[in-house]
Design a protein around this ligand. Structure first.
Ligand code: PHE
Length: 453
């Protein structure tokens, strides 16, 4: 255990955690969910969910991870020896792998679309064909598979290099680059003619559109976006040194994740309105609607629109990679520490396992579209299993564990670094109240309503 790596500094802790958090959830999922639930009002609910419900979960995972400096299974077995809590540790070794399997399919699509953008396939003369391009591509066999293998291979390569030389180094470069890129794209999008309506949509709340479903959607989105409930933040926190302030690293990560999601909203929505397309056009927004917009814009200034489309898909790809590495790291840490496997073997093993499930997910758009699990295609089943069930149950149990099973003094000790952080000491009663009561009760209520309501 002595050779275990730690993140280098506070900045790198936040970059690595933000790397995990900022991903397809922000660029692909957030804009269309905002579109479905009516814009600015939903964003307000989302912000509340992030800070009142998700941040306490984030802190719960951080407390467990940093206290033990171990993988999810080792951490739970150490803090609650001989109890069933170790199963939560084991469950969270598997949940990120399920997410990684279908996430890699979308990661592969972004790679494919980056290639399409680079080879200038979004041209004004084939603007109409661009929307059907996605259907043709995603239902074909070899293209999506090859791109997925490339995406997973890149993920495994970064993880193989380890916490400092792989994950930390990649995130340190990718996060600042991602922010620069998304700001550039947002500026371009806002300055398009007709974009004003899109901006209004993002800033003027319409509370009449806030259905009860919107609350469950906001909570689910904030878990997904902050990588919670599946042991990722627990594992990353286990690489945080004892003198770091975990309230600051978790809060900082939540802030950057939110900022990026909102910037992504400004990158996508104004362009969508400028092109006169319905804001609620669903998951196809990024791969169908935007290429169509890029193609149409091309008739004016082709070079600029080509450059923006390249930057846009590059942003998605890099953001997806900095998240996928965090999913793989959970299992690698487990295999290295509990099963005493060398890091390269653990990485290759997980690459193969996710590849197998990933192939099934990728083919479920075409060849295997007839195969249904509980009425869903394999891809949708994995997505629902992970984001509606595994994440919620994991998040709930982590907060119950810290609030009810762990000793309160130990929780205080971990959050305040042995009482040395006076600011955190003052906030402790409030934070503990959120972890112990507010978070578990609200999550359980929303979960039950969405299951039976
Ligand atoms: N937070 C990532 C995103 O927004 C997804 C993720 C989920 C990453 C779970 C790790 C674990 O894309």
């Amino acid at each position: 255990m002595s050779s275990r790596e730690n993140f280098g500094s506070r900045a790198t802790v936040i970059m690595a955690m933000a790397g995990s958090a900022i991903g397809l959830g922000n660029i692909w999922r957030f804009p269309f969910i905002v579109g479905e639930y009516g814009g600015a009002a939903f964003i307000l609910v989302y912000i509340l969910c992030c800070f009142l419900l998700s941040l306490p979960i984030f802190l719960s995972e951080s407390i467990i991870g940093r206290r033990t400096h171990q993988n999810t299974f080792g951490a739970m077995s150490t803090l609650a020896p001989g109890t069933a809590w170790k199963w939560l540790g084991l469950l969270t070794v598997f949940s990120p792998l399920i997410i990684l399997s279908y996430y890699s399919v979308v990661g592969g699509w972004s790679f494919a679309y980056l290639c399409k953008a680079v080879t200038l396939q979004f041209k004004p003369e084939n603007a109409e064909a661009v929307t059907s391009m996605f259907g043709q591509f995603s239902t074909s066999t070899w293209g999506p598979l090859v791109c997925m293998v490339i995406f997973l291979g890149l993920t495994a390569l970064i993880v193989y290099f380890g916490v400092n030389k792989g994950i930390e180094r990649f995130s340190k470069i990718s996060i600042p680059v991602l922010f620069v890129l998304i700001v550039l794209i947002a500026v371009y999008s806002i300055t398009l003619s007709g974009a004003g309506e899109g901006v209004k949509y993002l800033v003027n709340p319409d509370f009449s559109k806030l259905t009860p479903d919107a609350f469950a959607a906001a909570l689910g989105q904030s878990f997904f976006s902050l990588s919670l409930g599946v042991g990722t933040m627990l594992t990353y926190s286990s690489y945080v040194s004892k003198d770091e302030n975990i309230l600051v690293s978790a809060g900082g990560t939540a802030f950057f994740d939110l900022l990026f999601a909102i910037l992504a909203g400004f990158a996508v929505m104004p362009a969508v309105f400028a092109a006169g397309i319905a804001p609620s056009s669903g998951p196809g927004l990024v791969f169908e609607t935007l290429p169509f917009i890029f193609a149409k814009m091309g008739s004016g200034a082709q070079i600029i629109s080509a450059a923006v489309s390249i930057l846009f898909f590059l942003t998605i790809l890099v953001a997806a990679l900095s998240s996928s590495i965090s999913m793989m790291e959970v299992g690698v840490a487990y295999l290295v520490e509990e099963k005493k496997q060398p890091r390269h073997k653990a990485t290759v093993l997980l690459f193969v396992v996710t590849l197998v499930i990933g192939v099934l997910c990728a083919l479920s758009f075409g060849t295997l579209s007839g195969v249904k699990l509980f009425g869903n295609t394999i891809f949708n089943f994995c997505d629902k299993l992970a984001s509606n069930f595994l994440m919620t149950v994991g998040a709930l149990l982590f907060s119950v564990f810290v609030g009810w099973k762990m000793d309160k003094a130990a929780v205080r000790d971990e959050l305040t670094n042995g009482g040395t952080l006076s600011g955190v000491k003052k906030l402790f009663p409030f934070v503990y109240f959120l972890i112990k009561y507010v978070t578990p009760v609200t999550i359980a209520a929303i979960f039950l309503i969405s299951l039976f309501g």
